[in-house]
Design a protein around this ligand. Structure first.
Ligand code: SF4
Length: 511
């Protein structure tokens, strides 16, 4: 049994007559390091009249009985999470398709980035979806289901469909507005666990979203506008965490843009100088955030290496993707990192970005060679993924390069970097292909996804299921879509909206 420390006054014995499972499609260790999952659970757990239990892919036994479950919510963060979700549904004898479920079955819903961006491939499996920031609507949804629990399923779903940010496929594709929360309270790890992947680590969200708007980046476009937690609130929360653990992690796609980021680092640094044993990590840094004070704090807090996402090797391609950092800025950042005690940096890049040429790829190698010779003894490594078009981004229309040619590019960068003595990894090009298919998928996918699951969920299963179901997966991954095409996810209203995306698409690709 993993020891858990609750950082909120959990009500351990409730006498509620409404039962809910809140499910994570992965093992306990990952769930207990997932801030979004844990925070949602906490907010439901605080409701006195709802019994809620966390379940995971490796849950052996549950406290609540399956036949008493009224509501089952899934967190859906990665495209292939559907495989684990199906296996959990089967394990608890819940039919996969919502139309096959009867009154004795719970209502099943999902929330998270994948289904917020494009729920259509999964529309037949869930009774409803929460689109966007779910913290507040989650409670409204649970309360509505509780108050109406004895009513017919369709009556409950009708009422749910009237809540902003809730999509009920049964009632068709009417426009659904993505929820965007005003951040006034800081979200943090509400339950610390020795069994978490990041053991006993207190994670707190410093900012949400990223204003950089890189052309391919769903994390940015799904979470605009960039929002910051108030500084005083952050300091209070940091102190709460430090009374329970010495490991803290600051989370946010663009935390270093927080107007008080330096003050937060200073606050931690001074505590360390005063004798506190604090281990601190940050999710990622931008080049312009690598300042001597920030690096000193990270080093004092035990961080040895950090990551820097440069995405592309050439300044031209970085401009096209809207990642406007110059080579000088990169060199300056590495210099500061090295001079202030970091041992190494891992650079993240992407291959197969729209308009990429051979020259752009060579530029990655040139940049790596220059860094290696300028910063001797500093550990430089590279990690690459391949471009996957994502809904609601300016590059949603751009087809992906074919697998063969991307694999050749992957071999090229790995081989050339290894020649320089630089370690380099590349994500699986074949899996990235299937990610692209799922990302731009639509409502015709239902039986295809069931077949993939039933055939074992590996790459071969995707291929054979596509063939059997006559799904032209190359279209979803490779096709350059037309700007005036109706896209499966157009009914999800995410600001700044399609008109802006078209303008940005044209602007970036014509630079
Ligand atoms: S800087 Fe990173 S998080 Fe921000 S838009 Fe670009 S890729 Fe996304």
């Amino acid at each position: 049994m993993n020891k858990e420390t609750f950082l909120y006054p959990a009500i351990h014995t409730k006498n509620a007559n409404f039962n809910m499972w809140f499910a994570f499609p992965g093992p306990y260790s990952f769930a207990m390091s997932s801030l979004g999952f844990l925070w949602m659970f906490k907010s439901i757990d605080e409701l006195e009249d709802v019994n809620v239990e966390r379940i995971y892919s490796d849950t052996k036994a549950t406290h609540l009985h399956r036949q008493n479950i009224n509501l089952l919510g899934f967190s859906f963060s990665f495209d292939t999470d559907f495989l684990t979700i199906f296996s959990m549904l089967e394990h608890y004898r819940i039919p996969l398709k919502s139309s096959d479920r009867c009154d004795g079955d719970p209502l099943v819903f999902a929330g998270g980035p994948v289904v917020s961006a494009n729920p259509q491939p999964y529309k037949d499996f869930f009774d409803f979806f929460i689109i966007g920031d779910g913290e507040d609507v989650n409670i409204e949804v649970v309360n509505l289901c509780r108050e109406n629990k004895n009513k017919p399923k369709n009556t409950i779903l009708k009422k749910l469909s009237e809540i902003e940010g809730v999509y009920v496929p049964l009632f068709g594709k009417k426009e659904v507005k993505k929820l965007t929360k005003r951040l006034s309270e800081c979200i943090y790890t509400p339950i610390l666990s020795g069994g978490a992947f990041f053991k006993n680590t207190f994670i707190l969200e410093v900012s949400r979203g990223c204003a950089n708007r890189c052309g391919f980046c769903l994390a940015s476009y799904l979470n605009l506008p960039l929002r910051f937690m108030p500084y005083d609130e952050l300091i209070n929360v940091i102190n709460l965490g430090l009374t329970h653990t010495n490991k803290i992690a600051l989370l946010g796609a663009q935390i270093s843009a927080h107007p008080h980021f330096k003050d937060i680092c200073k606050y931690i640094y001074e505590k360390i100088l005063g004798g506190a044993n604090i281990e601190m990590s940050v999710s990622s840094l931008r080049v312009d955030a690598i300042t001597p004070d920030v690096v000193k704090t990270l080093v004092a807090a035990g961080q040895k290496n950090s990551t820097l996402a440069i995405e592309a090797g050439s300044e031209r391609l970085r401009r096209v993707i809207n990642k406007n950092i110059t080579e000088d800025q990169i060199f300056n950042a590495v210099r500061i990192a090295k001079d202030n005690g970091l041992k190494g940096l891992k650079f993240y890049g992407m291959i197969g970005l729209p308009t990429e040429t051979e020259e752009d790829l060579k530029e990655i190698i040139n940049l790596a060679a220059k860094l290696k010779s300028e910063f001797k003894g500093f550990d430089i490594s590279f990690g690459f993924s391949s471009f996957v078009p994502k809904p609601h981004t300016p590059f949603q229309w751009c087809g992906r390069e074919n697998t063969k040619s991307l694999e050749a590019k992957a071999c090229f960068v790995k081989r050339e970097l290894h020649k320089l003595g630089i370690s380099a990894t590349v994500s699986s090009i074949k899996w990235d292909y299937w990610q692209a298919v799922l990302s731009r998928g639509d409502e015709t996918f239902t039986d295809f996804l069931i077949d993939v699951y039933q055939n074992g969920g590996k790459i071969g299963a995707f291929k054979s299921a596509a063939k059997a179901r006559n799904i032209n997966t190359d279209y979803y991954a490779y096709a350059d879509l037309m700007l005036d095409d109706n896209l499966p996810w157009d009914f999800i209203d995410i600001q700044p909206g399609k008109e802006f995306l078209i303008k940005e698409h044209n602007r970036l690709l014509n630079l």
